[in-house]
Design a binder for this molecule. Structure first.
Ligand code: IPE
Ligand code: IPE
Ligand code: MG
Length: 267
C-alpha cells in the first residue's frame, strides 16, 4: 500500500469512530509552534508561519466536512507585538497575501470570514483587504471562520466593562441591569455560541489571553504536535477525545437520587 493510501485508511478509521451527533459546533484553536517547527529544521521562523497557513486551510476543510459550524483561530495576540519588528511585519504581510489569494475560494466555499480583535493599529492596506473579505462573505451561512488578530481576552473584557460603565453613567442602563447576558452582548463574539472545544498545539498548557470569557466551559485538548505538522488526522483525534469527555457543567453525572447518602456527613 502506498503511504498516501495508508494515511487515508488511518483517517477513515478515525472518521468511523466519530459520533456525528456529537460534533462540536464551535472549535477554537491556538495555532502554536510555528517558530519551533522551523528552528528545529534549521530554517528561519517565517517558514513555520508559511507552512502554518497550509495547515489552517486543511483544518478549515476538515472541520467544515465534519459538520462544525464555527472555527475560531488565534493568529496574532495583543502580546505578539513584542516580537522583533521583522517577524511582526512578516506576519502582517502574510495575512494580507493569504487573504488576497484565498478570499475567492473562501467565498465559493460559502464561508463567512470575520476578524476579531482591535484592527486599528494595522496598516491601511491590510485593513482594506479585511473589510473587503468580510463584506464579500457576510451573507455566507454554511460556516463561520473567525480569525483573531491583535486579540486579547483581557482587553476584550475591559472594552465591555468600559462600554457598560459609560452606558450606566449616561443613564442608558441601570448598574443593576448588568448581568452575564448583557456583558456577553458586548463581546466581539456576540451572537456566536461559546466554543465547546479549545485545541492548543505545540504542547503548551496555557490560554495565552485567548477568549477568556468564552472558554469558561470549553473542553481543552492539548496536542504535542507543532502547528505546521498538525493535520486532519490530528484534528480528528482531538474530536474523538472531546467526544469521550463527560461535560458536567458543575453538576453531577445523572446519578439516581437514592445514591446520594447525606447521612454520611451528618455526624
Ligand atoms: C504561533 O507560532 C503563531 C503566532 C503566534 C503568530 P509561534 O510563532 O508562537 O511559534 P513558537 O511558539 O515560537 O514555536
Ligand atoms: C499564542 O501563542 C498566540 C497565537 C497563537 C497567535 P504565543 O506563542 O504568542 O503564546 P505564548 O507566548 O507561548 O504564551
Ligand atoms: Mg508560540
Amino acid at each position: 500500500m502506498s503511504l498516501g493510501k495508508i494515511i487515508d485508511k488511518k483517517k477513515n478509521d478515525l472518521s468511523e469512530r466519530i459520533d456525528k451527533q456529537k460534533v462540536p459546533e464551535h472549535v477554537a484553536i491556538i495555532m502554536d509552534g510555528n517558530g519551533r517547527w522551523a528552528t528545529k529544521k534549521g530554517l528561519p521562523r517565517s517558514f513555520g508561519h508559511n507552512k502554518g497557513v497550509n495547515v489552517l486551510k486543511e483544518i478549515i476543510k476538515a472541520s467544515k466536512k465534519l459538520g462544525c459550524k464555527v472555527l475560531t483561530v488565534y493568529a496574532f495576540s495583543t502580546e505578539n507585538w513584542s516580537r522583533p519588528t521583522k517577524e511582526v511585519d512578516y506576519l502582517l504581510n502574510l495575512f494580507a497575501e493569504v487573504l488576497k489569494n484565498e478570499i475567492e475560494e473562501i467565498h465559493e466555499e460559502s464561508i463567512k470570514i470575520k476578524f476579531i480583535g482591535d484592527l486599528k493599529p494595522f496598516p491601511k492596506s491590510l485593513k482594506n483587504i479585511i473589510y473587503h473579505s468580510e463584506s464579500l462573505t457576510k451573507k455566507n451561512n454554511t460556516f463561520l471562520l473567525n480569525v483573531c488578530i491583535n486579540y486579547g481576552g483581557r482587553q476584550e473584557i475591559v472594552k465591555v466593562a468600559k462600554e457598560l460603565a459609560f452606558k450606566s453613567s449616561s443613564g442608558e442602563i441601570k448598574p443593576s441591569e448588568v448581568n452575564e447576558e448583557l456583558f456577553n452582548s458586548g463581546l466581539l463574539t456576540h451572537g456566536i455560541k461559546d466554543p465547546e472545544l479549545l485545541i492548543r498545539t505545540s504542547g503548551e498548557k496555557r490560554i495565552s489571553n485567548f477568549l477568556l470569557w468564552q472558554v469558561a466551559y470549553s473542553e481543552i485538548y492539548i496536542s504535542d504536535v507543532l502547528w505546521p505538522d498538525f493535520n486532519e488526522f490530528e484534528f480528528l483525534k482531538a474530536i474523538i477525545d472531546y467526544q469521550s469527555r463527560n461535560r458536567r457543567f458543575g453538576g453531577i453525572e445523572s446519578l439516581p437520587n437514592e445514591s446520594f447518602e447525606d447521612s454520611q456527613y451528618s455526624h
